[in-house]
Design a protein around this ligand. Structure first.
Ligand SMILES: C[S@@+](CC[C@H](N)C(=O)[O-])C[C@H]1O[C@@H](n2cnc3c(N)ncnc32)[C@H](O)[C@@H]1O
Length: 247
């Protein structure tokens, strides 16, 4: 499973932190590192901090947007040191690790970390299905980026180790297939377009409706079949209101 887990670092400002994060990952047996629009590329400072984890840096993937980094992921968990205005489904580190481990057996999963100074933006956090917060000292809860990577990767490793020592469960039902992040984004675009076409959303004044709907669907976590039904409903609503499917 640990091969299906990717650690995503968004817009890092210091290459040394990329190296330290790589080292933290390698000690926990996790190797997929994706950088979203780093302010400085991997360089000698990153290599120095990575120590024996330079292989992770050699295989690092760099992409321009978070959407691209997580498009093929079935589960995306964002990390944050503080609570935001719009509350999102929150997991404790152990719960997040258990989910990443369970779903990572058959699909790509991601753990997303934010900028050293400002963390993840609300828009980035809203692209994640769950948030995880390391319950640190409330008076000083912001860990250094690589320390946060270390702590959460450690929890994932514990989930993996616990599984190695327990008897396999007898699985009777087919596991649910969840849509990828790209399919979910396609649904949200379709939903927003349809709600605008039927006059529920105002293009010039959309407010917080879409963010709240994202939160609602994140809570419900539709599987792939359910998402297709929802898209079918949207298409029918578009047709009934005289709009073409792709208009
Ligand atoms: C130095 S922190 C950024 C702090 C930023 N002021 C904020 O409030 O998000 C850099 C990154 O480390 C991770 N991090 C730090 N402390 C964390 C915590 N207590 N729980 C979860 N993630 C944490 C997050 O990914 C965060 O974006």
């Amino acid at each position: 499973m640990l091969d299906n887990l990717r650690v995503v670092l968004v817009n890092t400002s210091h290459p040394g932190n990329i190296g330290s994060a790589a080292r933290a990952m390698k000690t926990m047996g996790i190797s997929q590192l994706v950088l979203v629009d780093p302010q400085e590329p991997v360089d000698g400072r990153a290599t120095a901090m990575a120590a024996g984890a330079v292989d992770i840096l050699a295989n690092v993937k760099t992409v321009p947007t978070l959407a691209e980094a997580i498009a093929d992921c079935q589960l995306v968990i964002g990390t944050s040191a503080r609570s935001r205005t719009l509350q999102w489904p929150m997991l404790a580190p152990k719960e997040a690790a258990a989910k990443l481990f369970a779903e990572g057996q058959g699909a790509q999963v991601a753990l997303v970390f934010g900028r050293e100074r400002t963390g993840l933006t609300n828009e980035e956090l809203q692209q994640c299905q769950f948030h995880v917060c390391i319950p640190a000292n409330p008076e000083y809860s912001s860990l250094n980026l690589a320390m946060a990577v270390q702590t959460l990767c450690y929890e994932v490793r514990q989930a993996w180790l616990a599984d190695l020592t327990t008897e396999p469960l007898v699985v009777e039902a087919e596991p649910l297939a969840y849509p990828s992040q790209a399919e979910l984004e396609g649904f949200y675009h379709h939903l927003e377009r349809t709600l605008t076409q039927v006059g529920f959303l105002r293009e010039d004044h959309p407010g917080q409706v879409m963010n709240k709907l994202r939160r609602l669907y994140n809570r419900a976590r539709p599987d792939s079949v359910e998402l297709n039904i929802l898209r079918g409903i949207l298409t029918a609503a578009q047709r009934a209101s005289g709009h073409e499917k792709n208009s």
